[in-house]
Design a protein around this ligand. Structure first.
Ligand code: ATP
Ligand code: MG
Length: 719
């Protein structure tokens, strides 16, 4: 076997990692140093030199898209197809395990996935049925509570009731939710992982099977694994412990979803024989971008520490643009993209990154106005739109009558005279007898606890679902979707509505038919019916796979979704206090550091040119606010920055040598300093603005929360 294709495009440290003898191994390295490349080449090496079969490889990536890319790059390198290799996200792989072993996992064969939004509605309805006060137990908090414990591997049965009314009630809801999901054959995202873990852990034959099968487990973006994902890796890798993980502690950005940077340190403890390999050369970004990103992340504490250098050019300065408002910001960015394309470059080489999904709308509107194709990753997800979810709910209920979440969603869409009162009766019947909503309807038809009109409506609904199920059996997938849209009355519902919104809903529904037509089940999904496979795909890949994959278009995404990707031209937008760092994170040092890592991730996506923008006033979520430049901008070295609109300087009457965002640090104080105030006590300096006698500092006090103080009057004492 000729291994030059595998080893030539690597530096020495990378080659070391790729060829390391089978044993646990951790590659710890900064952004753009070739971690993902190493993982891909490592798999090729195992397959072609070490004699491992594709069947023995399990590789975990962060998105489904990355999984597809990884597989096709290896296939190219080895010039053969790789049937049997498992590559996917944690959720995708867990789903695959559960489909293959649904019986052992205690699930119905037609189990369906509840995405976050479905889960929320399901919890809300469940609570209504239990007559729980939403003001005291807000459904969002309940959802968070349930997912948090599942992510830690804790079921309701593990939680002890201590007499604390609030907590005990939470546990009651968690317990009822687990039962309701089991009855309805529903699996939420956290459940996918937990149940797959329990399946392998508690089932000897399944465990043995996979231990024998997977001789090598490889994980990308290891810094963002949570407790249960880590337990999963350990369990599947088994005793052999051929676990190869790559990650970067500076890019851990999912702490808010339970990810644990500590897993990196734990790995070296749990696998005491593990080798750690460091990669230090960055191949992605210009020297300028790298210097600035390194300077930013240096503001974080407790880092594992890495040196990152590049042999590449210094490149152009980072352009900083102070926009007047969000409209001006979008115009500026799109104008630069237009120039980029006019110079003969691809639109797909440009990415607009933002902190919050809602920021995409202004860009989208302008892009549409310009007729410039674009794609939004995440956010406005096709499969998350209400009308699409209605349609999917029909399909789910057709597949599995016990699916309560789907039942509730569409039982009266379009309106068919099934009101809240009828549903309350059915719900309590279902709860009393431990039945699904569907079966409770059957009981109701028999025992008649409702007026004849209501019962007729329910019966007609069930007949409708049954008859669509019959009609579509055996049809090609897209015809199944087409028939359902017609038969359910959904198309008619939006057709009758003459508003502009309804028109776009109709278009979306038509688009669902195209999506079904274009859909090809992945290798994992061949054991399922095409419809089940399609529904799972809709739940798992929402937004990742938008139409017209091949079209050259501008890429829009949150900084979170940009992880692992790279683009020649990157725009980071909305760098304002309260937006980025996000308001929720400003007063908590750990969260603030996570935001800073997110900023580091954003910056290190850029290969050639990086633009950073902020708006002096912004309308978001319907209100207009004045805003201040993000502290992250202030943390960048001035030498790497070119201010595009120096208007800000004169406006503020500041000294001409410092740009608009660069207020001097107030005399004697730096960000992060601990200070004492006569009245408010001890606190930490979080931010500052203004100069001279106008200088103000924001201090977060231990007991009083955060306050802006005019420095001249505050009499702060440094501790
Ligand atoms: P991130 O931390 O953002 O996930 P990474 O460490 O996974 O980054 P890669 O995406 O694997 O880095 O590599 C970054 C870029 O550098 C890619 O374009 C890759 O092809 C290129 N690259 C990596 N190693 C080499 C090399 N030895 N020679 C040339 N190019 C390389
Ligand atoms: Mg990577």
């Amino acid at each position: 076997m000729d291994v030059t294709a595998i080893l030539d495009p690597l530096n020495d440290a990378q080659r070391d990692a790729v060829t390391v003898p089978a044993a646990p191994c951790l590659v710890l390295a900064g952004a753009g140093s070739g971690k993902t490349r190493v993982l891909v080449h490592r798999i090729s090496w195992l397959l072609s030199v070490e004699g491992v079969t594709p069947y023995g490889v399990l590789a975990v990536t962060f998105t489904n898209k990355a999984a597809h890319e990884m597989r096709s790059r290896i296939e190219q390198m080895l010039e053969r197809p790789l049937g049997g290799m498992w590559v996917g996200t944690f959720h995708g792989l867990a789903h695959r395990l559960l489909r293959a072993h649904w019986q052992e996992a205690g699930l119905p064969q037609t189990f369906q996935i509840l995405d976050a939004d479905d889960q929320f509605r399901f919890i809300k309805r469940l609570m209504r049925g239990m007559e729980i006060d939403e003001a005291r137990w807000p459904p969002r908090q309940v959802q968070w509570f349930i997912n948090h414990y599942k992510d830690e591997g804790v079921r309701s049965a593990h939680l002890e009731r201590t007499g604390d009314h609030y907590q005990d009630r939470m546990i009651d809801i968690y317990e009822a939710y687990e039962q309701a999901c089991n009855r309805a054959g529903l699996v939420d995202f956290a459940e996918l992982l937990l149940r797959a873990l329990e399946l392998v852990r508690d089932n000897e034959s399944v465990q043995q099977h996979y231990h024998q099968r997977f001789s090598h487990v490889l994980v990308d973006e290891f810094q963002d694994t949570n407790a249960i994902q880590y337990a999963w890796i350990r369990l599947l890798a088994g005793e052999s412990g051929n676990v190869f993980v790559v990650g970067d502690d500076d890019q851990s950005i999912y702490g808010w979803r339970g990810a644990r940077i500590e897993n990196i340190q734990r790995f070296s403890k749990d696998y005491s024989a593990a080798r750690t390999i460091r990669l230090e050369q960055n191949y992605r970004s210009t020297g300028t971008i790298l210097t600035a990103a390194n300077a930013l992340i240096a503001h974080n504490t407790g880092r594992l520490g890495k040196d990152l250098w590049t042999a590449g050019d210094e490149g152009e300065l980072i352009r900083m643009y102070a926009a007047y408002n969000e409209q001006d910001e979008a115009s500026f960015v799109l104008e630069r993209i237009r120039e980029w394309v006019e110079q003969g470059n691809l639109r797909a080489e440009t990415a607009i990154l933002y902190r919050s999904n809602a920021q995409s709308r202004v860009f989208e509107e302008k892009l549409m106005g310009m007729g410039m194709p674009y794609r939004v990753y995440g956010g406005l997800r096709f499969f998350e739109r209400a009308e699409i979810k209605d349609a999917l709910a029909y399909l789910r209920l057709i597949q599995n009558h016990q699916d309560d979440a789907a039942f509730e969603r569409i039982v009266n869409v379009p309106a068919r005279g099934i009101g809240d009162r009828s549903l309350t009766v059915i719900r309590s019947l279902a709860r009393e007898r431990s039945l699904s909503m569907w079966d409770a309807c059957l009981v109701a038809l028999d025992e008649k606890p409702l007026a004849a009109r209501a019962l007729n409506a329910l019966s007609a609904f069930q007949s409708l679902i049954r008859s669509i199920a019959q009609q579509i059996e055996g049809l090609p997938l897209y015809e199944q979707v087409e028939h359902m849209l017609d038969g359910s009355g959904l198309l008619e519902l939006h057709r009758r509505d003459k508003s502009e919104k309804a028109e776009s809903r109709l278009e979306n529904l038509q688009e669902l038919i195209s999506a079904a037509r274009a859909y090809e089940p992945g290798e994992d999904e061949v054991e399922m019916s095409p419809l089940d496979a399609f529904l799972a795909h809709a739940a798992l890949e929402a937004g990742e796979n938008q139409a017209d994959e091949w079209e050259d278009c501008v890429q829009l995404m949150t900084m979170h979704s940009a992880k692992g990707l790279e683009f020649p031209l990157v725009f980071m937008c909305g760098l304002e206090e309260g937006l980025f760092p996000h308001q929720r994170s400003i007063e908590d040092q750990d969260r603030l550091e996570e935001e800073r890592r997110l900023c580091y991730v954003g910056m290190t996506r850029a290969m050639q040119q990086l633009y950073m923008t902020y708006a002096e006033s912004r309308r978001l979520h319907g209100t207009e606010k004045l805003s201040f430049a993000s502290r992250f901008i202030k943390e960048l070295p001035l030498e790497q920055i070119d201010e595009v609109r120096p208007v800000g300087l004169t406006q503020r009457n500041a000294s001409l040598s410092s740009p608009a965002w660069q207020d001097d640090e107030p005399a004697g104080f730096s960000l992060g300093d601990r200070v004492m105030h006569g009245k408010f006590g001890e606190g930490v300096v979080m931010n500052y603005e203004g100069q001279g006698s106008h200088a103000r500092v924001q201090v977060h006090f231990e007991y009083e929360g955060s306050k802006w103080l005019v420095l001249a009057y505050a009499n702060l004492e440094r501790l």
